[in-house]
Design a protein around this ligand. Structure first.
Ligand code: FAD
Length: 432
């Protein structure tokens, strides 16, 4: 059996990459050990679509990708049945030392992302029930300082065009059906157990039922399992950026009255001052996630399959209590509810979209808890990269540049290189 490209992983990345490769006329086979689409990291995603990143490439990529979500039918280019919907809420990034406002302002100006600078009064007027106090840096609940009075007032930088996708798994399903419609094939419930190469070129992918898929290229879109797949293929030695899985929880609670005015349209808030983020949910709910504050232990794990899939009382209580300091009127239930998932975290919280030193073996990995929003674009970036490299371009020496169809912005794919110097502007958190 042979194909042009094997994509490992039918998460949001693998399905998007498959769509773009199939659309470009390549024979594509997607393999996933799970029994459906988007059942890895993607299933736990908060799916926030925002533009606050620490680099020009990061901001430009998220801005370009947002236009794909806005016109999802056009992006897919096939009739795929029920479509997921982009819920526009706006995004308020509260002032915090870890992510200074000035950095975002200059990047938004350079990229052309509309924004407003909010002082405390505007913030209070813009989000019902918000406490604009400055409490940071974030503290643990058992630290007396957690309950101390505010030391000042916070403003925010507000981007009105941000929002979220209500159902990340259905979005992945949409991409998978569109990829099939363009000719891609899927092998579900099949694990990749070997990647064979000769003369420094990938040749065959071996599945757990013994199937051997001959191929010219392989894309590692294995999410938190990506480093394991690299090991299987014998690549990774030249990576300057290391990638590791990290367990994460997102709590689910009822939003306080007044927050979610029109079916889940409450403003999405990133609060690095207290260490949480919140976003509304259709039906009056509220998702509460964490922003890796220095006072909290990080839950690095070796095996994503062994991660506890249930939210824990301790993390739930911490996250929701922090959110309740910010959103007065938010009750802290005494029973944990929510999801647990796994991020695939790169040292600098910036993804790797690149070739490797094994010819034909590509990676879309290290998505660091912040790349769901970029998935529709990542398919295009990877298809462009593969097309150029396979036609002889030396991407390591002269990085491929990609121009977005919607914004006309050019993104230097060298920014996502496996061999980059670490992004020193990174917040060192999920905000990239
Ligand atoms: C709790 C949480 C909240 C998040 N919130 C946001 C957010 O608000 N906004 C945002 O933009 N991003 C967010 N993210 C990040 C985003 O969801 C991920 O970046 C994205 O879903 C990664 O998709 P993926 O396709 O790379 O990985 P996955 O969805 O994990 O897919 C990888 C697939 O590969 C398969 N696989 C692995 N190894 C093998 C093998 N050997 N053989 C066969 N199949 C294999 C797995 O079964 C899996 O289905 C969040 C992530 C989490 C966990």
């Amino acid at each position: 059996m042979s194909t042009d490209v094997v994509v490992v992983g039918a998460g949001v990345m693998g399905c998007s990459i498959a769509l773009e490769l199939a659309r470009a006329g390549r024979r594509v086979t997607v393999v996933d050990k799970a029994g459906g689409f988007g059942l890895g990291s993607t299933s736990a995603s908060s799916a926030v679509v925002r533009f606050n990143y620490s680099t020009y490439a990061g901001v430009a990529a998220s801005w370009e990708a947002s236009f794909c979500w806005r016109d999802w039918r056009e992006h897919l280019g096939c009739d795929v049945g029920d479509l997921v919907r982009f819920q526009r809420t706006g995004f308020a990034m509260l002032d915090a030392e870890a992510a200074p406002r000035a950095g975002f302002v200059s990047l938004f100006d350079a990229v052309g992302v509309p924004y407003e600078e909010w002082d405390g009064a505007t913030l209070a007027a813009g989000i019902a029930g918000i406490d604009t106090g400055r409490y940071g840096p974030p503290k643990r609940l058992d630290d007396d300082g957690f309950w101390a009075d505010a030391s000042g007032t916070l403003g925010a930088i507000f981007t009105p065009d941000a929002g979220y996708i209500g159902d990340p798994q259905s979005a992945t399903q949409n991409l998978a059906v569109a990829a099939k419609c363009h000719g891609a094939e899927f092998r579900l419930r099949r694990r990749v157990v070997a990647v064979e190469s000769s003369d420094n070129r990938v040749r065959t992918v071996v599945l757990d039922d013994g199937t051997r898929l001959g191929c010219a290229s392989v894309v590692n879109a294995a999410g938190p399992w990506s480093s394991g797949l690299n090991e299987l293929a014998g690549v990774g030695a030249d990576f300057t950026v290391k990638v590791r899985p990290m367990r994460q929880e997102v709590g689910y609670v009822r939003a306080p009255a007044g927050y979610n005015p029109a079916g889940g349209a409450g403003v999405t808030v990133a609060d690095l001052d207290l260490g949480t983020y919140i976003r509304g949910e259709v039906g009056g709910g509220l998702l509460v996630g964490g922003t890796e504050p220095a006072c909290d232990p990080l839950e690095w794990i070796d095996d994503p399959d062994a991660a506890n899939p249930n939210p824990t009382q301790a993390v739930f209580e911490t996250q929701v209590t922090r959110a309740a300091r910010r959103l007065t009127g938010l009750a802290v239930p005494n029973r944990a509810r929510g999801v647990a998932g796994v991020y695939d975290v790169a040292d600098d919280w910036t993804p790797i979209y690149d070739r490797t030193d094994l010819d034909g073996f590509y990676v879309a990995m290290g998505t660091s808890g912040n790349q769901f929003k970029n998935a529709p674009l990542v398919g295009q970036l990877m298809a462009t990269l593969i097309e150029r490299v396979e036609s002889g371009v030396d991407h390591d020496a002269q990085p491929v540049r990609f121009t977005g169809r919607h914004t006309g912005l050019t993104i230097d794919l060298g920014e996502f290189s496996r061999r980059r110097a670490a992004n020193t502007a990174s917040s060192g958190t999920v905000f990239g």
